[in-house]
Ligand binder design. Sequence first.
Ligand SMILES: [Zn+2]
Length: 175
Amino acid sequence: MLWSCWFMVTFIADGMLGRIAKFLRLAGYDTLFAGENLKDKEVIKVAFKDERILLTKDKKLYLEAIKNGVDAFLVSEKGFFSSIAEIAVNYGLNLNFKPDTSRCPKCNHPVRKTEPWEVKGRVPEKTFLKQKVYWVCDNCGQIYWLGSHWINIKKEEKEIQKRIERLKSQRRINH
Ligand SMILES: [Zn+2]
């Protein structure tokens, strides 16, 4: 993977990596989620057709993907934070959450910044009185704002950064 092309990296995450797929979308990375019901063969087909990197913890699926000419990454770290950090280190991803460049965590469509008039009546009254900036997904209609969820995302982002630094220093020791 060329570092100069980092912004073009796109992913497809297998059915076990839903939380990772959502976070990658929040960080602005085009990431499909294969879902629990999609068969391995279909996942590989989509990855190949769209030239997406397949993210998986399933060694069988990983090997099958490689055999079929798909760029795949076998996540070996355990737990959400270490796993996503491992992916970030491997592909040089910037996982700082910036809502203006985010994709909808629900459906992967880019979100669009908007003003309160557009969401009037579509968000709780209390929220509407407090929040002056919103982001909408034009695909699924979901509306986002910087509420308590935002604080959680920033906390997660910090934890991921910690693991990224840890992984990087481990790799420096090992090489
Ligand atoms: Zn959406």
